[in-house]
Each structure stands twice: as C-alpha cells, then as structure tokens.
Design a protein around this ligand. Structure first.
Ligand SMILES: [Ca+2]
Length: 358
C-alpha cells in the first residue's frame, strides 16, 4: 500500500514539479516534434527512470516500516498523540527526500532531452545545407556561372591570355584587355582567315597574335550573360582613320542554327555595316548558308561571313592586304568596310572584335 501511494505521488509530482525552465526550452529551440509544453512534460515523465525511483521508494518504504516498529517498541500505546506526531514528521521527512530525488532526476532528464533536441536541429541544418548545395550544383547545369567561378569571361581577369571556363564547363584560352574579351584580332596578315567551317567552329591562329576565337567558344560565353560587341579598326589612308562600331545587342546561336548573328543598337563611326548581317546564318567556302540562291558569297569574297542576298557591306574575314589599290581589293575581295558617310569602300589595316558584359 505504501509503495502504491509513493508511486502515485511520483507520477503526480513528476508533472507538478517539472522545472519551469522546460517551457523556455520549447520557445528557444524552435519547432520540434514536441509541439506543446504539456506534451513535452508528459514526454519527460514518460522517459523518467521509473526503475531507479522504484528502488529508492522501496528502500524508503523499508526504512519507514523499520522506524514505525522502533517507535512502537518505545511506547506502551498510552501516549498515542506523541506516537502519531512522531510518525507524521517521519513521513514528511521521507516525502521531502523523495521530492529532492525527483527534482534532481528530472533536471538530469531535462538536460538530456535538451541535448537531443539540439542534436536534431544540427542534423536538420546540415541536411538543409547539403540540399542547398546540391540544388545550386544542379542549377549550374543550365550554364549559369557560380560565384566561385570567376573565369567565365575577362571581367575579373588580368590583361593578356587567360584560361576561360564558361558556365557549361567549356575551357579555352582568350585574349583579355581592360575586361574586354577578344573574339578576333587582325593587324599584319600573318594568319590566313579564308578558312573552312570546322576552323571557324573551333577557332584558329595565335591567341597572342592574329586569331579567331571559334564560334562554339563565343556562343558559350554569350550564353551566360548579355554582352555588348565593339568593333575597332583602322584603314589604309593617309589619315590613318580609326573607326568604331559598338552594338549593345549581340548574340551568336549554336552550330545547329548556323551560328545565326544578332546585332543591334549601333553606335559608332564609319557607318553601321553589320546591320546587313543581322539575323543571318554564317557561311564559309565549304558551307553555303547565305541568302544568295545562285552563289556562295563567302567563296566569291574569299572571306566567310553572315551574308544576305546582296552579300554584305563588309568583308571582315576576307584576305588581308596592304595594297588597297590593287585590282583584288577593288573587286571587294580583300578585307574591307564600306563607309556610307564617304560613300566608298575602305580597306582595313587592323581589326578587332571584342565583348564585355552589359
Ligand atoms: Ca548561296
């Protein structure tokens, strides 16, 4: 009977005497499986070490019986008032001891549960970080560069030749200057530019000298952000005229689309000649994608390009010549740009195409 009584006392005071700080755990630790203070308290009492308390209560029970028997021996039964008082004070002392034990045990349990909750939170946070990392990696498959990859164009790179790694993982060398990435550079005729389709697809020449970067490389860069195109060239004349053509809109599609060019929003000098190439596919001597049904303009011009029905107003990949008055150049077969302002064809002495993010 006495044991059952203490057992009931235990279950009652387990809930009643659970330290108030339990509520602060709930508030500070955020959402867990334990959704309310009451449920948390019940959880703690459920997990309390009943076996340990049973042993302690049984020991106290034996001690109480012993105390009562000892008290009985010292009394003849006539002094019942003293006997009752003595027993009551002993029971109160035992109850006090039980409560002390319970409080200590529950404090330990609370600390243990608190650690478990923290461990669950840490685990959840780690899982979320791993999920986030995987998600960002999967997004990068679309060709979007990540913050940890500064080589996707020349913006953050020093002047000179640098390795580029675009968002699709394409790697190649490119010539950089003041953040500009050079698509092509011509200045002395040391590299032959009337090359075939595969050469224009892959690129050719000397990255530190004359070169063409390659259509696939260019398309890979342009697929990352919006870039503007700047063409700078000089012509053979007594004034050593410098011309510029800047396009706020610039794009080159993939090989399957014939490296279709889009240029627009022109600003510059010496007139806009690339406008005649806008929206057209690229052609080489071995790949006629132009709009002239009778001829391969690239073959006729000795220079690949984006040609319409009437050819174009320039031959930027044509044969380099330092003799602008030759018959060859007069027939529009060498590298030229038509200046509409002056109404005459100008043979090019040096030429660059370069891009930079908008
Ligand atoms: Ca044709």
């Amino acid at each position: 009977m006495l044991f059952q009584k203490y057992f009931l006392i235990f279950t009652g005071i387990c809930l009643e005497f659970l330290p108030d700080s339990t509520e602060s755990i709930m508030e500070n630790e955020g959402p867990t499986n334990l959704v309310s203070t009451t449920e948390l308290k019940e959880e703690i009492c459920k997990k309390a070490d009943f076996k340990l308390f049973q042993e302690k209560l049984l020991a106290l029970h034996s001690k109480t019986v012993e105390e009562i028997q000892l008290s009985k021996k010292g009394h003849d039964g006539s002094d019942l008032e003293n006997f009752t008082n003595e027993i009551s004070s002993k029971i109160l002392a035992i109850q006090h001891e039980v409560r002390e034990e319970l409080t200590a045990g529950l404090n330990n349990l609370q600390n243990e549960l608190s650690s478990q909750i923290q461990a669950q939170r840490d685990e959840a946070r780690e899982s979320f970080e791993a999920f986030k990392t995987d998600l960002l990696k999967s997004l990068n498959i679309d060709g979007l560069p990540s913050d940890s990859d500064p080589n996707f164009d020349c913006m953050e790179l020093p002047d000179g030749v640098n390795q580029i790694v675009t968002g699709t993982g394409r790697q190649f060398d490119a010539y950089c200057q003041n953040g500009w990435l050079y698509i092509t550079r011509r200045f002395d005729g040391s590299v032959f530019f009337d090359q075939d389709w595969v050469s224009y697809k892959e690129g050719f020449g000397d990255t530190e000298g004359e070169f063409f970067l390659g259509m696939d490389n260019i398309a890979s860069i342009l697929g990352q952000f919006s870039y503007k195109l700047k063409i700078e060239f000089t012509v053979w004349d007594n004034n050593e005229t410098k011309c510029e053509a800047e396009y706020q809109t610039f794009g080159i599609e993939d090989e399957a689309s014939g490296y279709t060019l889009s240029v627009g929003d022109y600003n510059g000098t010496c007139s806009d000649q690339m406008m005649y190439s806008n929206g057209l596919m690229f052609s080489t001597r071995d790949r006629d994608n132009d709009e002239d049904d009778e001829h391969n303009v690239a073959l006729h011009n000795f220079g690949p390009g984006w040609y319409g029905k009437l050819g174009g107003g320039s031959n930027i990949f044509g044969v380099y010549s330092d003799d602008p008055n030759s018959e060859f150049c007069q027939q529009w077969m060498c590298m030229f740009w038509f200046d509409e302002g002056e109404g005459k064809t100008k043979v090019i002495k040096s030429f660059v195409m370069k891009i930079i993010p908008l």
